[in-house]
Design a protein around this ligand. Structure first.
Ligand SMILES: [Zn+2]
Length: 312
């Protein structure tokens, strides 16, 4: 469990010296938002990528190629599941960035999760919903793998089947991939080491504004939002307060502290008019939002790391 007083956390610089991790500032220099944007363009160019489709397989290959190029070793986690749309073949892709030598087998594990499937809808390409977080997570994997050591193992999980197969969201017709991965972890010997799951979703909107989600672990979400506020990104977090249903619930349901970094305010004038419509296209997104989401994630992860190692 995560526990601890955020007020007692040490700063990033002190933390870096003590733990051998690269300073966040260095990570931010390596993270390339133009590269993340190119990945997003490539995902969108595939076209619709709903679970069980040829587009989803193309997205998996792209994800695997990128993870391999970053020096990671992607694994496929294939499964079949009955859905209202029939029995579908789904497949998660994940890769571990292991803790530094000597700690590989016992280090705490933090999951970083994005769904790569898109809404089952004619002509829906999911630039923001499915595309943006996947592109950012791939570039975060490259960044984190390139720099320094670490005392936490990070598992990058690209989950399939987050979207409901029907037009509406009704359990259990959603979050198929994250549920499969969470339940697998819960039954594995890794379970005791898994300390947190951080889901990112819909972070490409030009007007980025993350939600304060009531279903997220408050301690965990505070790591990211406090980090944003401390670095001039405060206006991009906690713009709305509501309960969000997303992949983080799959991890919460097996007792893993989890949160979601998501912007559901995706449309003109603060509406969500583009969400789950064919209007979810690249022109509504911006590289700068990908960069800000990455910064909030990297800075917040350092606070999460501090909390985990303080409570050990
Ligand atoms: Zn969606």
């Amino acid at each position: 469990m995560l526990a601890g007083c955020l007020l007692t956390l040490v700063g990033p610089a002190a933390c870096s010296n003590a733990t051998g991790q690269a300073p966040v500032e260095e990570q931010l220099q390596v993270f390339d938002s133009a590269r993340a944007w190119k990945l997003l363009e490539n995902l969108v160019a595939i076209g619709p990528r709903p679970a069980g489709s040829p587009g989803a397989e193309q997205a998996r290959v792209l994800i695997e190629n990128q993870l391999s190029a970053s020096g990671l070793h992607p694994e496929r986690e294939a499964f079949e599941v009955d859905t209202p749309a029939g029995r579908l073949a789904m497949c998660n892709v994940y890769a571990d960035l292991t803790a530094s030598e000597g700690a590989e087998d016992k280090a705490p594990i933090v999951l970083l999760v994005s769904h790569y499937d898109t809404k089952r809808m004619e002509g829906f390409v999911g630039a923001n919903d499915g595309g943006s977080s996947t592109a950012v997570l791939l570039e975060l994997a490259r960044t984190m793998a390139k720099l320094g050591g670490r005392r936490t193992t990070y598992r990058f999980v690209f989950v399939d089947g987050e979207e409901a197969t029907r037009e509406f969201w009704q359990d259990p017709d959603n979050c198929y991939g994250s549920r499969h991965h969470a339940q697998g972890l819960a039954a594995s010997e890794l379970r005791a080491r898994v300390k947190a799951a951080v889901v990112i979703d819909m972070i490409g909107d030009k007007d980025l504004g993350l939600i304060e989600d009531f279903n997220s672990s408050p301690n965990l979400l505070a790591c990211f939002f406090d980090a944003a506020r401390a670095h001039g990104l405060g206006k991009h977090v906690a713009v709305l307060k509501e309960a969000v249903a997303d992949d983080h619930l799959s991890f919460k349901n097996v007792g893993i502290a989890s949160c979601v970094l998501i912007d559901l305010r995706y449309g003109p004038n603060g509406t969500n008019a583009w969400w789950h419509t064919t209007e979810d296209t690249l022109d509504k997104c911006a590289p700068e939002s990908l960069r800000m989401a990455a910064e909030i994630t990297l800075r917040g992860l350092r606070k999460v790391d501090d909390l985990i190692h303080k409570s050990k």
